[in-house]
Design a protein around this ligand. Structure first.
Ligand code: HEM
Length: 204
């Protein structure tokens, strides 16, 4: 007995996630202003505030759902604390941070597979972060101590942690319907995030 996802010809969970979100990734990437000449310190701060407004409720919802399959340690991978540290470094106090708007449109987390789809997006974003970190260091002199920590949240461990995450995904026996639920949730994560950033007027 084996699950359909492991049948010859059936794409792995990661392949399905990558294929299923590639267009959405490209679309969002083109609208993010990191490489725009118009991006200045003020726009960067508004962008980070908007990231916080999505990541904080998203990570809270993931923990509250209590549906993440065993083998993933949220405490070791949450990124909201780093965003908080960046916002403090940029001069916001706790009151100002608590007053920031937060997204209420989030992907539905009603199954373990849906949680995996969301986690895939949040973990994968650390890869692009490496490209963006270098750009922001050059252009806005940002580093881990002055507001640029989030883009380098896993630092030198980024590659290893991504590989560990892929190993974790690969170890889970998801059948075809569950794989589809994960892809739907990953797609919804990209859409909700883009719509949220759009509503905060931080995209190109
Ligand atoms: C301008 C912004 C971005 C750039 C330049 C960028 C760039 C990249 C690059 C170069 C990779 C591949 C890295 C590798 O294969 O080693 C990657 C992967 C990925 N990125 Fe982005 N990214 C951006 C924004 C985002 C955002 C905002 C998210 C999600 C919130 C995201 C989610 C992902 C995911 C899930 C993967 C993994 C794809 C896979 O399975 O291989 N990216 N990104």
């Amino acid at each position: 007995m084996h699950s359909q996802a492991h049948d010859v010809g059936a794409p792995s969970l990661r392949e399905a996630l990558r294929t299923g979100t590639a267009l959405l990734h490209g679309g969002l990437e083109r609208r993010l202003p990191f490489f725009s000449e118009r991006l200045d310190a003020h726009w960067y701060q508004r962008l980070l505030q908007a990231y916080f407004g999505f990541y904080a409720p998203m990570e809270e919802a993931l923990c509250d759902a209590e549906l993440i399959p065993v083998g993933f340690d949220p405490a070791q991978r949450v990124k909201t604390p780093t965003l908080l540290r960046d916002l403090h470094a940029l001069g916001l106090n706790d009151d100002a941070i608590n007053a920031l708007p937060r997204s209420t449109q989030l992907p539905r987390l009603d199954t373990p597979a849906a949680c995996l789809g969301v986690l895939y997006v949040l973990e994968g974003a650390t890869l692009g972060g490496q490209v963006l970190r270098r750009e922001m260091a050059q252009r806005l002199a940002l580093d881990a101590d002055n507001g640029g920590g989030f883009l380098n949240v896993y630092g030198a461990e980024t590659g290893r942690r991504w590989k560990d995450f892929l190993d974790y995904l690969g170890s889970l026996p998801l059948d075809a319907p569950a794989t589809q639920r994960a892809v739907d949730a990953a797609r919804s994560t990209f859409s909700c995030f883009e719509q949220w950033l759009d509503s905060q007027e931080v995209l190109l």
